[in-house]
Write a protein that binds this ligand. Structure first.
Ligand SMILES: *Cc1c(COP(=O)(O)O)cnc(C)c1O
Length: 301
């Protein structure tokens, strides 16, 4: 398996707000890694696929919601690197552009009722009983290997930052970023923006993968979920449209819209110190914006 080169440039975000506050904000364009194996999903899959290959397995079996960026990334990565793929999709059978792409990349889709979906190891065990080539890949690519792939982002940085921000779903990405900073002994403060409601899961997610993690290097922001996972609002939609029109950088309401909203809001509230250098990770996931097409179109911007 020859992983394709990661091309993830860093660009500066030039806004009067940031000048006024005397801070500099850059964005790392992990969305440019690949159109379908987007951003952190490629970083997470990299070592998972290598392990599957080493174990002699040829069939990836994974899990996700109907708009899961991870399902699409796994479908495309499987096709690219010679694995069959099966995706268990949470909930009743639906069709949408993201699932259609999964199918085009050759993924077998199996819809499962929410109650059954909860027990992924059982679903997998039943499936793998007849498929000796099957290889379990957790929802969202959540795993120590996934975090290891994300840690490599830090090695790519040409300079140090005072703050690094990313959007958090399972927390695997921020755990990897934490480890990347720790192994280089960087003094960077890491910030996770929770995209789901229900409190502060981020420190626990990092500790689950790195039990010795120094949590004072980690800040979690839990007030920017806009009602919960994949929920949005006119305020968020307006922000996304303005940001995208002004920069040419597409963001979406599930992850990166909430992330950038948080950074702008914190800057307005004088959260940062004069002279701070801030890096925002664009984790990709742009197909998801199609799921909010109707809402975005209805919105006055
Ligand atoms: C999956 C995803 C995340 C969340 O990553 P975790 O490692 O689960 O916290 C963030 N951004 C985008 C675009 C994603 O697709």
């Amino acid at each position: 398996m020859t992983p394709f080169d990661i091309h993830s440039p860093i660009e500066s975000l030039d806004f009067a707000l940031f000048d006024d506050k005397s801070i500099r904000v850059d964005i790392k364009r992990d969305d440019r890694i690949h159109p379908f194996i987007s951003g952190n999903k490629w970083r997470k899959l990299k070592y998972i696929l290598q392990s599957a290959r080493r174990a002699g397995k040829t069939h990836l079996v994974t899990f996700g919601g109907a708009w899961s960026n991870h399902l699409l990334a796994t479908a495309c990565a499987g096709a690219t690197f010679g694995f069959k793929t099966t995706g268990f999709v949470r909930g009743e059978a639906v069709s949408n552009p993201s699932l259609s792409l999964c199918k085009v990349f050759g993924m077998e889709l199996r819809f499962v009722p929410r109650t059954n979906y909860r027990d992924k190891p059982l679903l997998y065990a039943q499936y793998a009983a007849d498929n000796p080539q099957a290889y379990f890949v957790d929802e969202g690519g959540h795993s120590a290997e996934g975090a290891k792939g994300c840690a490599e982002l830090i090695d790519e940085l040409p300079r140090t930052y005072d703050h690094i921000f990313c959007a958090c779903g399972t927390g695997t990405t921020i755990a990897g970023l934490y480890q990347g900073c720790a192994s280089l002994a960087l003094g960077t403060q890491l910030h996770g923006v929770a995209v789901l409601a229900g409190g502060d899961f981020i420190p626990g997610a990092v500790r689950a993968l790195y039990p010795d993690a120094q949590l004072d290097r980690l800040s979690s922001h839990t007030d920017y979920h806009f009602g919960g996972y994949a929920k949005t609002s006119p305020t968020l939609n307006t922000f996304i449209s303005r940001f995208t029109a002004e920069t040419g950088i597409l963001i979406e309401p599930v992850y990166t819209g909430k992330l950038l909203y948080a950074v702008f809001d914190l800057a307005k509230r004088d959260y940062f110190n004069t002279g701070d250098r801030i890096l925002v990770i664009h984790t990709g996931g742009l197909i998801g914006i199609l799921g909010l097409h109707d809402q975005l179109m209805k919105n006055e911007v």
